[in-house]
Design a protein around this ligand. Sequence first.
Ligand code: HEC
Ligand code: HEC
Ligand code: HEC
Ligand code: HEC
Ligand code: HEC
Length: 215
Amino acid sequence: MSASDDNVKDVPSDNHEEGHGNGSIGFVILFFVVGLIGSLLTGWVLFPKLLYSQKEQPIDFNHQIHMDAVSDGCESCHFFREDGSFSGVPTIAQCIECHEEAQTEDPNEIKLVQEYIANGEEVPWLVYARQPDCVFFSHAAHKEMDCTTCHGDIGHSENLKTYEENRLTGYSRDIWGHNIGGFKKNTWDRMKMDDCAECHERETGSKGPCFQCHK
Ligand code: HEC
Ligand code: HEC
Ligand code: HEC
Ligand code: HEC
Ligand code: HEC
C-alpha cells in the first residue's frame, strides 16, 4: 500500500529518475529478447542440425525429365505386380533399357552406367518413407490414394532431396516430422503412428487394432 503511494508521488516529481527507470526496463526487455532469439535459434536451427545427420543419395535422380521419357508415367518405374504387391523402388534392370551406355556427360548418368549397370549392382537408394521394422505397411491397401498424400510431390521433383537420419532413433526425418515443434502443415510432413491412425479413423471410422500395423 505505502509503496504504491510512494510511486504515485514520485513519478510526477522526479522526471530524471523516471527516465532512468525506463532505461533499465528497456535494457531488461532487450536482454530478454536477445535471450529469446538465442534460444529460438538453438531450438529451430541448431537442434535439427545436431539431431539429424545428412546423407546424399548415391545418384541424384530427376523425376521431371523422366516423366517425358517414359511411356506409362509413374507406373513405368513404380507399379503393382499381378499379386497386388508394390514394386517400390525401381531395380537397375528398369534403367538398362535406356542407359546401357551413357548418352550424356551428366556425372550422375556416368556414375549410374560405370558403377552400377556395368557391374550389375543395384543402386543403394535411401528410402525417405522407410518405417521402423516393427511396422507393417502395404501400398496395396492404399492404392486408391494419391502418392502425394503421403510422399509430397517427389514424383515431379528435379532432384532427390538430402536424406536426413535421426541420430537417436535411426529413422528418416520424413517419418519423424519436418517441424521440430511438431507442427504439421501438409499431410506428408510426418508419418508417425498418430498420422496413420488419424486417416484410418477418418476413412474407416476406427483407428484399428494394434496388430493391423504391428504384426
Ligand atoms: C524412370 C523411373 C521413375 C519414374 C518414371 C518415376 N520414378 Fe519415382 N523414383 C525413381 C527412383 C530411381 C527413385 C529413388 C528412390 C528413392 O527415393 O529411394 C524414386 C523415388 C520416388 C519416391 C520416393 C520414395 C521414398 O520414400 O524414398 C516417390 C514418392 C516417387 N518416386 C514417386 C513417383 C511418382 C509419383 C512418379 C510419377 C509422377 C514417379 N515416381 C515416377 C524412379 C522413377
Ligand atoms: C524410357 C527411357 C528411360 C528409362 C527407363 C530411364 N531413363 Fe534415365 N534418362 C532418360 C533420358 C531420355 C534422360 C535425359 C537425357 C538427356 O538429358 O538428354 C535420362 C537421364 C538420366 C540421368 C541424367 C540426369 C540428368 O539430370 O540429366 C540419370 C542419372 C538417369 N537418367 C537415371 C536413371 C535411372 C536411375 C533409371 C532407372 C531407375 C533411369 N534413368 C531410367 C531415359 C530413361
Ligand atoms: C498412405 C500413404 C502412402 C501412399 C498413398 C503412398 N505411399 Fe509410398 N510409401 C508409404 C510408406 C509408409 C512407405 C514406407 C514403407 C515401409 O517402410 O515399409 C512407402 C514407400 C514407398 C517407396 C519406397 C519403396 C518401398 O516400397 O518401400 C516408394 C518408391 C513409394 N512409396 C512410392 C509410392 C508411389 C509411386 C505412390 C503412389 C502410387 C505411393 N508410394 C503412395 C506410404 C504411402
Ligand atoms: C490418407 C489416409 C491414410 C494414411 C495416411 C494411412 N492409411 Fe492405412 N489405410 C487407409 C485406408 C482407407 C485403409 C483401408 C483400405 C481398405 O479397407 O481396403 C487402410 C488400410 C491399412 C492397413 C490394412 C491393410 C490390410 O491389408 O489389412 C494397414 C496395415 C495400414 N493401412 C497401415 C498404414 C500405416 C502403417 C500407415 C502410416 C505409415 C497408414 N496406413 C497411413 C488410409 C490411410
Ligand atoms: C495405423 C497403424 C498403427 C496402429 C493401428 C498402431 N500403430 Fe504403433 N506404430 C505405427 C507406426 C507407423 C509407428 C512408427 C512411427 C512412430 O513411432 O510413431 C509405430 C510405432 C509404435 C511403437 C514404437 C516403436 C518404435 O520402435 O519406435 C510402439 C511401442 C507402438 N507403435 C505400439 C502400438 C500399440 C500398443 C498399438 C495399439 C494400441 C499400436 N501401436 C497401433 C503404426 C500403428
